[in-house]
Structures are given as structure tokens and as C-alpha cells.
Design a protein. Structure first.
Lengths: 383, 115
């Protein structure tokens, strides 16, 4: 066994699929088991058992018992959003370092409790993010290099090019809500929460500042699935930071055929002297040939938005071949988990810890409230 | 009729695609421009704001401005029928670069331009 034993919470059809792959290959970690929160339904338990079988490790029916195992030092936690706060606290109280899927959880009070517990037990927590990607680091380097002059504003966008576009009922106008009890659905997700967390986290990380207020908008622009569930497929937030820097972010989903690759991912830095754009899809080559163009997969009732690798195998998703990025890209999870293990080894604070997870959640919740009221929301008014 | 200003021709071409139904119903405009002369700042801000309005042609219910007068202005517009636009104009004082980066999201597809 390697130095750190890892317990996986959550299984197939979650980000745990990609996290498990990295923990399995990392020279300092060994996966010792898979478990789920108490009360998990049999469908999800079976998905976790599938993952346990894949890595030939036991499935623990009782999470409490699994956490008593002293050989487990790290928990990779990907329960459904509604269980994240409770599970994270349990793991921290059991003395485990915690690798957390994004977003941290769906409730501000629970998020705050995770932060308090992390400090009390002196453990490392890290939330999955994009901050270790090379093109993102270039943007950070540009700010610290000061070639733009003092940073004044930034724009960050991340829009996923998956799902069948154009199915939203005509004349659908989203009326945003102020209740946040349910985040997990089969057919769709709240995209400003689920994808918007990436650019919001980058905005915090790049500015190294805390938000003063937010203005948000949400839309049902593309998909029937989101509209039927009354969740947004698109969101945008203006964040006014205490430092005086302002950020605009976009997070959403707009369909398989709306982009030649996985979707727009950009960071725009506006300094007092100059503006610079960083693009995940640049530099690239473009290929046009006599092969059939990309055709979206058939409708998959268990995963219409093409979120999970597992079902995508059954409902085959062709690779998009028109744009090929040139820079060597390591897997995002590999970069992120490597950085987390480094922080444990060197006793350093992870770049995106539970505190940052709490701050970013606050901005997104504020964004929803703002969208529902059509007004600016001050962070100091959110508990 | 062709304009001497590239951005006006870009706007006209984009609007033509929208009117042809190429992206379904337009839903969101994200427009970023960087100008290299301070006298272009207001003009470009107006041009992209007017372009967004012409894409949606409905009643605005929200018009938020954030800016640092000498460097940039960002506007978030929202219409009563749900559409929205995020518009930014900045000034490049060092490299004197002009940037135009446009993304229009429609219900069925998208329009992109990057200069």
C-alpha cells in the first residue's frame, strides 16, 4: 500500500470516475474502498459498487465504519450536492484530509460549518477547480507580471457544448427562485451553479479578493430538460470585489452543435494599460476533410446532457475533430489532485480550499437571489 | 451598405444571420471590444449596445453599468422576454491593440467572431 489510503464517496456517473483514476495512479495514494452517505438509494449505491469492483476494493455500506479505518487518510468526496455538507463534516471530524467535488455544497450554513471544522482539525481541504490548468496559470502569471498595469476588471466564461440545442419551449421566460433545496436531477443541472462555479472560482483566485456584491441573471435559453425542471441552463454574474476590481462571469450549457470543440473557455484581463485574452482553445489547428461532420449521440433518457462517461459509452459520443489544440494538455483532475497531494506532503494551504469554496458559493447564491429580484445583492446581507 | 468601420459590418453580418434564423432565437450576446484611442471608447460602447438592442428589440428591464472611467465599461442588460447581454469596452494604452470578441448564443446555435 502507498503512503495515503483513499476512501471514495460516490461512484460512477459522478466526477468520482475521473478522480478515482488519478488516485489509483498516483504514487503516494492507494484506493482502499468506496462508500456512500447513509440513506443513499440503491441506484446510486450500485453505481458506487461498480466503481469499487473496477478498482477491486471493498464497498462499505456504513460510511461511519469506513471512516474509523485508520489506514484511510484522504477522502475523495462526491456525494450528491444535498449531502455534501453533512458528509464533509463527518470526514473532517474523523480526521481525514478532504478532496471535494465542486461546488462545495448547496447550503451556505453547511459551507460555513465545513470551513470552521477544517480550521479546528488542521486538515487539508481542496475543492476541484481549473486553477492548475496551464492556460489559466498563464493568465495568473500575466497579472503578477504586471504587463497589463494594475488589474481593473476581468471576464471569464465557461460554456459546455453538450445536450441537444433548440428544445426549449418558445417564449419561455425564466423567473428565478430564491429556494435552494434541490440541486440534483437526472436530466439536467443548475448550470450557473454547476458550471458557473468554474469561472466564479477563477475570478476569486485571480483577483485574490473577496466579493462585496453581485448582480446575476439566469435564463432558460436552450433546453427543454432544464425548463421542465425549472432550473436554468445559463447564468451570468457581475461580481464587485472589495479590492475595486470587477468581474463578469458566464456559466452555462448550449448544445453539442453550438461549438466546434467542448465550448468557449476564456479569461479576459483588463488592466489599466492593456487588455489580454486567454483562450483554452488557442493555439489550435483546424481540420476540414471528407469525413462526416460531428453528429450528436442519440437521446439518452438517463443522461440527455451527456454529462457522464459511463452512459456516453452506451450512447456513443463521437469525438469532435475540427479543432485540435496544440498545447499539451494534462488531464484537469490529474493536475488538481497532484497539487492536493503536494499540499498534504508539504503542509501547504491548497489554492482552492473550503474557505474559497464557501466564498464562491456565496457569490452564486447571491447571483440567484439577484436574478430573482432584478437587483444588486450585497454579500454582507447573506448569512 | 458597407461601412468604413469593421465593427459595423460585423454587426450587420451577424444580424443578417440572426434574421435568417441561423441560430434559432437569439438569447444572449457577449461582446468584448478593446479600442486603442480614447475617442473611440464611447462610440464603440454605443455601437455594441445598439447592436444588442437590435438583436432582441424588446423592452429592457435591467441596465447595469460598472466602469472605471479611464479604462473600461461593462454593461449587463436584460430584457422583459428573458434575453440578456454582457458588453465590455476597454482601452489599450500600451500595445494599441484593437480587439473584437463576439459571442451570440441562440436557442439552436451560436455566432462567434474574434479579431
Amino acid at each position: 500500500m502507498n503512503k495515503y489510503g483513499v476512501l471514495l464517496i460516490g461512484g460512477r456517473r459522478t466526477h468520482q470516475e475521473m478522480y478515482a483514476k488519478v488516485f489509483n495512479q498516483h504514487p503516494l495514494t492507494s484506493i482502499l474502498g468506496v462508500s456512500d452517505p447513509i440513506g443513499t438509494n440503491s441506484f446510486r449505491k450500485n453505481l458506487s459498487k461498480n466503481l469499487a469492483n473496477e478498482y477491486k476494493v471493498p464497498y462499505f455500506d456504513d460510511l461511519n465504519l469506513a471512516l474509523e479505518n485508520e489506514k484511510i487518510q484522504i477522502v475523495s468526496s462526491v456525494p450528491k450536492v444535498e449531502k455534501r455538507g453533512e458528509v464533509a463534516l463527518k470526514c473532517i471530524e474523523a480526521g481525514k484530509h478532504l478532496y471535494l467535488d465542486k461546488p462545495l455544497c448547496g447550503n451556505l450554513e453547511e459551507a460555513k460549518n465545513i470551513v470552521i471544522a477544517t480550521k479546528k482539525y488542521s486538515l487539508k481541504t481542496q475543492m476541484f477547480s481549473m486553477v492548475h490548468l496551464p492556460w489559466v496559470k498563464k493568465a495568473k502569471h500575466e497579472i503578477s507580471g504586471n504587463s497589463l498595469g494594475k488589474l481593473k476588471a476581468l471576464h471569464i466564461e465557461n460554456i459546455f457544448s453538450k445536450g441537444k440545442a433548440g428544445t426549449v419551449p418558445e417564449n419561455r421566460v425564466r423567473k428565478e427562485k430564491m429556494s435552494f433545496e434541490k440541486w440534483t436531477f437526472t436530466e439536467a443541472k443548475r448550470e450557473m451553479f454547476d458550471i458557473g462555479i468554474y469561472p466564479v472560482t477563477l475570478a476569486y483566485w485571480l483577483t485574490k479578493s473577496t466579493a462585496k456584491s453581485v448582480i446575476g441573471i439566469t435564463g432558460n435559453y436552450i433546453f427543454k430538460e432544464h425548463s421542465d425542471l425549472d432550473v436554468e441552463d445559463f447564468g451570468s454574474i457581475l461580481i464587485k470585489f472589495e479590492s475595486g476590481i470587477n468581474a463578469s462571469v458566464i456559466g452555462g450549457r448550449f448544445g453539442w452543435t453550438s461549438h466546434p470543440k467542448s465550448g468557449p473557455q476564456k479569461i479576459v484581463l483588463i488592466g489599466e494599460n492593456s487588455t489580454k485574452i486567454f483562450d483554452a482553445n488557442y493555439p489550435k489547428i483546424e481540420i476540414y476533410n471528407n469525413e462526416k461532420p460531428f453528429v450528436p449521440p442519440p437521446y439518452n433518457p438517463l443522461d440527455p446532457m451527456g454529462m457522464w462517461q459511463e452512459t456516453s459509452k452506451q450512447f456513443f459520443v463521437q469525438p469532435k475533430k475540427t479543432w485540435i489544440t496544440i498545447d499539451d494538455t494534462q488531464e484537469i483532475a490529474e493536475l488538481d489532485i497532484n497539487a492536493f497531494i503536494d499540499c498534504i506532503e508539504k503542509d501547504q494551504l491548497p489554492e482552492i480550499d473550503a474557505q474559497m469554496g464557501y466564498e464562491t458559493l456565496k457569490s452564486i447564491i447571491g447571483g440567484y437571489i439577484s436574478a430573482s429580484k432584478n437587483q444588486e445583492i450585497y454579500m454582507s446581507d447573506l448569512t | 451598405m458597407k461601412s468604413n468601420l469593421f465593427i459595423e459590418n460585423l454587426n450587420a453580418a451577424s444580424l443578417n444571420c440572426i434574421n435568417n434564423g441561423d441560430i434559432g432565437i437569439p438569447k444572449f450576446v457577449r461582446y468584448i471590444t478593446t479600442v486603442n484611442r480614447s475617442e473611440d471608447f464611447e462610440k464603440y460602447a454605443k455601437l455594441i449596445e445598439n447592436f444588442s438592442r437590435s438583436s432582441f428589440s424588446k423592452k429592457e428591464i435591467q441596465n447595469v453599468n460598472i466602469s472605471d472611467d479611464s479604462t473600461y465599461i461593462t454593461k449587463l442588460l436584460k430584457w422583459n422576454t428573458g434575453e440578456a447581454a454582457l458588453l465590455t469596452v476597454s482601452i489599450d494604452k500600451i500595445n494599441l491593440n484593437k480587439i473584437i470578441d463576439l459571442l451570440i448564443i441562440g436557442s439552436k446555435g451560436s455566432i462567434y467572431h474574434s479579431t
